[in-house]
Design a protein around this ligand. Sequence first.
Ligand code: FEO
Length: 442
Amino acid sequence: MHWTGAEVPTRARGDASADPSLRRDAVEIVPGVHWIGALDPTLRTFDIILRTANGTTYNAFAIRGSEGVAIVDTVKRELSDEFFARLESVAGYEEIQAIVLNHLEPDHSGALPELMRRAPRARLYISTRATSMLKALLKPKEGNRPFEYTTVKTGDEVSLGDRRLRFLHTPFLHWPDTQCTYLVEDQFLFSGDVFGCHYCDSRLFNDLVGDFRFSFDYYYAHIMRPFKLHVMDALKLIEPLALKTIAPAHGPILRDRPRRYVTHYRELSTSSLADDICNQEKTLVVFYMSSYGNTARMAEAVCSGAEERGGVRVSLYDLEGGETGPFVDLIEEADALAFGSPTINGDAVKPVWDLLSSLAVVNLKGKIGAAFGSYGWSGEAVRMIEDRMRGLKMRIPIQGLRIKLIPTHEELEACREFGRSLSGALLGEREEGRVIDMADLG
Ligand code: FEO
């Protein structure tokens, strides 16, 4: 989304008497649909890896139809009291006929066992892939009633009389089980983690809360980005929907121009590089660090050889001159990556590890990887980098290349050949093998 100043949600001064964090009442979103979630303003870390400067919300909803009530999602177990208080302000447990969990991570399923116990007529609806998670996460305990459930797939519906819930299977956003639920008559999408963010503001709605753009993009980058291909699949289901409201499981409820967020997801998930290079061109990015200039000379020779083939766009970066953050974007869109590192104290150097360790947020599966480096006496770095790349599910079709200390003319030619082979692999030729140590060949 290209946010403009005019589109920044305005801050509204809350009426303390209407603040749901002070009063545990449900909040009406549209007639008959209430927010019954919980606020967690002091949370500062989520799932170990996410920083949550504004805390978060666990959004859950009650939907009243002419023939009963449905609950969509619950909250983290520790905040169950808030959830039940809000639920009780709009519905009786006997009225609940359907409980939908869009995603079984404990931040949404924590209150489920108690809800099932309190709502004896309710049936649970989950995605097919949620079955094993349900059994693992919510092992029945004494006093819990058995978890009877129905699995649903894209297009299945549950009727509440005058309202229908229709399901969209959107796997891996953010676990394999995830789905969205569409309230057909209201054009209202309960989107689970999709379009969510960790941003706690008791004003709840995107036209009332503070500026949450950073939180929205940060959440996408850490939760959705590794699954971009699945985001694209989900968007194929979501984009055709008429949308008046999107209610994600975390953060503001998107009632003001909700389609902007769908468009923004499309933009975030689409390769920007694809527009800048030729259709048939492949991309190789070479990163290196060098202590005495030896690995740098190797890197330049590798690039020179790779460029000889044509059809491969080659980029060279000295990690001494950059921060890892922007490189992650380059890496995500590259077809092949090569890392050059000297070996110091039996290890690759820290900037290389910093970059490699920051790649958990992108999908590298199937990309080509390669490693090279100069060394003094042991030279473990190349093999260690290769092992890390294999751990990231990259392919290593070209033997790693090590050169003892200062590369000779012949060894630089070997580096050029290494680059040619990399381009060849990118263009469809393959080689397999071990690390080549030029010192062993002398
Ligand atoms: Fe909000 Fe993936 O749980």
